[in-house]
Design a protein around this ligand. Structure first.
Ligand SMILES: [Zn+2]
Length: 161
């Protein structure tokens, strides 16, 4: 568990270094291999660059905190809904990179005109903008069983691995 928490904290610092942070917004979650109904996540109130093995919390698959000192962030459901819908997903990354936030506000499909955009192409090209204006829709996620990444309308981006 300690090794996974350190790995998650390292991932947070890498994302922050790459400009993916947004104060306390954006998260990385990692499913526990020995207990797939639980995952590790950054808590509320800190940025990606502030993650340490000591402040990471454990959350269950419906979004309830089960251990850790800090409070759970309200964005937990982006992660819990993806993990509930997709048992094959081991990690979810959701960030607020400034260009992604601006682009998501437009409600337009992302065309696969670059290597980076190709990651989103299957969802966007075949189905238009995958968006959940009232929060995550479990049925929508389940329908896109091959989804690797999605734009969150008027929010940010999320990717799953
Ligand atoms: Zn967010």
């Amino acid at each position: 568990m300690e090794k996974l928490k350190r790995l998650l904290a390292d991932a947070g610092r890498v994302l922050a270094h790459e400009g993916q942070g947004d104060y306390v917004g954006g998260h990385i979650s990692l499913r526990l291999p020995d207990d797939p109904g639980l995952f590790l996540m950054k808590p509320a109130g800190i940025g990606l660059e502030e993650m340490t093995a000591d402040n990471i919390i454990t959350v269950n698959i419906v979004g309830d905190k089960v251990s850790g000192e800090a409070a759970r962030h309200n964005e937990v459901f982006i992660h819990s809904e993806v993990m509930r819908a997709r048992s094959d997903v081991q990690a979810v990354v959701h960030t607020h990179a400034v260009y992604a936030v601006v682009f998501s506000s437009l409600g337009k499909p992302l065309l696969p005109v670059s290597n980076d955009a190709a990651f989103f192409a299957r969802v966007f090209v075949q189905n238009g903008v995958l968006a959940w204006p009232n929060g995550f829709d479990l049925d929508a996620i389940a329908l896109h069983a091959e989804m690797k990444a999605a734009g969150l309308l008027r929010h940010a981006t999320a990717g799953a691995k």
